[in-house]
Design a protein around this ligand. Structure first.
Ligand code: KIV
Length: 273
């Protein structure tokens, strides 16, 4: 096996991700929405940070990702960008800023890149948004695609169940993946689809695929940070591996602090001036 592309690279660029796929080296991606968490992700060696519109759920408490605005995404993205040098920072274009009007899509993408300093943007959908992707690419902005379960279309799907289990939808997804690659996307997120289908799509493409609930035959994985750290306990899909139980740890820490304040144990003599 040749030397790790990711470790020997400086800044992770879209070209580095392509070299990682060519070298059969898996890509690790996580979401972040703020400076402190992004700093830790960078220190740990994450390759890609997604400023996901899942911020609508985990940061703002909305039930879906639809309400988050372009200004809010730019605020989250600029906080993340300030924290890291090496990881590629990708920003989700929020619902309503790119569908159906490619000029508006380009305008939104330029605002994200200019005002946040991010490296790339991500859009949800296939053939129906190709015109927008095409126009954004003409401005030299790298685009990541997103197929399968696309949460911005939750009102059309009506449910968050596994997508593309039927032949017809699977065929459409395969066609969309090829179309996104041909249009010029540098990578595609595949969300909540059967592992065999994700493997088939991955082998049919030159560009990397990043899976979430898509099995291990993809080129990389992404999880929502607050889910994998066990902060958001109400969300428990089968694909989610929790690496910590932070909700429990934080609750216990806050309880101890409250007790210490009430009992005047905090602050003690060495904690005051
Ligand atoms: O918004 C997000 O966090 C995402 C990931 C689930 C891929 O799009």
């Amino acid at each position: 096996m040749s030397a790790s592309v990711s470790q020997t690279a400086g800044k992770i660029t879209t070209h580095v991700l392509q070299r990682m796929k060519n070298n059969h080296e898996k890509i690790a991606m996580l979401t972040a929405y703020d400076y402190s968490m992004a700093t830790l992700l960078g220190q740990a060696g994450i390759e890609v940070i997604l400023v996901g519109d899942s911020a609508a759920n985990v940061m703002a408490g909305y039930k879906t990702t639809l309400p988050i605005t372009l200004d809010q995404m730019i605020y989250h993205a600029s906080s993340v960008v300030k924290a890291v040098d090496k990881p590629l920072v990708v920003v989700d274009m929020p619902f309503g800023t790119y569908q159906g009007n490619s000029k508006e899509a380009l305008h939104s993408a330029i605002r994200i890149m200019k005002e946040s300093g991010a490296d790339a943007i991500k859009l949800e959908g296939g053939h129906e948004i190709v015109e927008s992707i095409d126009r954004i690419l003409t401005a030299g902005i790298p685009v990541m695609g997103h197929l399968g379960l696309t949460p911005q279309s939750i009102n059309k799907f009506g449910t968050y169940v596994v997508r593309a289990q039927e032949q017809e939808e699977a065929e459409k997804l395969k066609e969309d993946a090829l179309l996104l690659e041909k249009t010029g996307c540098f990578a595609i997120v595949l969300e909540k689809i059967p592992a065999t289908l994700a493997g088939e799509v991955t082998r049919s493409l030159h560009i990397p695929t990043i899976g979430i609930g898509a099995g291990n035959q993809v080129d990389g994985q992404v999880l929502v940070l607050h889910d994998m750290l066990g902060i958001t306990m109400e969300f428990s899909p089968r694909y989610l591996r929790r690496y910590m139980n932070l909700s429990e740890d934080i609750t216990q820490a806050v309880k101890r602090y409250i007790e210490d304040v009430k009992s005047m144990d905090f602050p003690n003599a060495s904690e005051q001036y």
